[in-house]
Design a protein around this ligand. Structure first.
Ligand SMILES: C[S@@+](CC[C@H](N)C(=O)[O-])C[C@H]1O[C@@H](n2cnc3c(N)ncnc32)[C@H](O)[C@@H]1O
Length: 243
């Protein structure tokens, strides 16, 4: 079995994994958040964009739209040549110019492995936003992960691949593991382990505010209803306040 980096091989089966996700609705939701919280958005940065399913829909709506992801395989598997893509780690962002709207979708923030890194990340986002501008992301919460204290298995087939996903939450470590075992018809087997940190609801408030970002809203995902500590997925909206 060949051990590979997260999303190296999952990139090849990602669309099949996400077949039930409606990226039109997701994109519309993000655009609505942008419209509600800010006028005159010109420069947009997407973090952890994966294969740019959202960028493909939203990029033409803004003057500048950059999609970024740490996984070259994910960016490469995108079928959107028109979307500007940059391969980079969101915990070490290379940008020198600022943005009006920064967002990330699908619990990608949970890949930030500890509070120290999450705090530094919020500081970097604050520095990267123009005054009064917005950062939004969704995070997967413990109420969701608690459904996986007993591991859950799912199997799929896609093109020349068959794959198995084992999802498991370790409450003491506050870590959600997704193990992917991917078999190619040639007989080669790959293994990818994804680790996502599950932070307390309050942690996002504490660290963001300490970093200078003001919490504007926190919605139950895909709604505009206020979320709470028991929510399964929360859409956080933060604003850079003028200094
Ligand atoms: C669940 S996928 C979501 C992809 C995309 N946002 C979507 O909605 O389809 C998580 C993504 O986070 C990316 N990612 C994980 N850690 C990252 C990091 N430190 N910096 C940038 N991207 C990261 C992965 O490469 C992967 O593409």
């Amino acid at each position: 079995m060949i051990k590979v980096k997260p999303y190296d091989k999952v990139a090849l089966i990602y669309n099949s994994l996400m077949k039930d996700v409606d990226y039109n609705i997701w994109s519309e939701y993000i655009k609505k958040i942008a419209d509600i919280h800010l006028k005159g958005i010109e420069r947009v940065l997407e973090l952890a964009s994966g294969n740019c399913s959202i960028g493909k829909i939203l990029s033409s709506k803004f003057r500048t739209f950059i999609a970024s992801d740490i996984s070259f395989s994910m960016l490469k598997s995108s079928d959107s040549p028109d979307v500007t893509k940059i391969c980079c780690d969101m915990t070490s962002l290379p940008f020198k110019t600022k943005f009006d709207f920064i967002f990330s979708a699908f619990d990608s923030i949970n890949y930030i492995s500890n509070r120290k890194k999450l705090f530094k990340f919020f500081i970097d986002i604050n520095n990267l936003l123009n005054d009064g501008c917005i950062f939004t992301f969704d995070a997967s919460m413990e109420s969701n992960s608690l459904n996986y204290t007993v591991p859950k298995n799912t199997s799929y087939r896609f093109n020349d691949y068959s794959f198995r996903k084992v999802s498991r939450y370790k409450k003491l470590k506050k870590t959600h593991y997704n193990l992917f075992v991917i078999d190619h018809i040639s007989g080669t087997e790959y293994k990818e382990l994804h680790k996502q940190k599950i932070y307390n609801f309050e942690t996002y408030f504490k660290l963001a505010e300490k970093a200078g970002l003001k919490m504007q809203a926190y919605y139950n995902y895909f709604t505009f209803e206020q979320a709470g500590p028991e929510s399964e997925r929360v859409q956080f909206v933060m604003r850079k306040t003028k200094v």
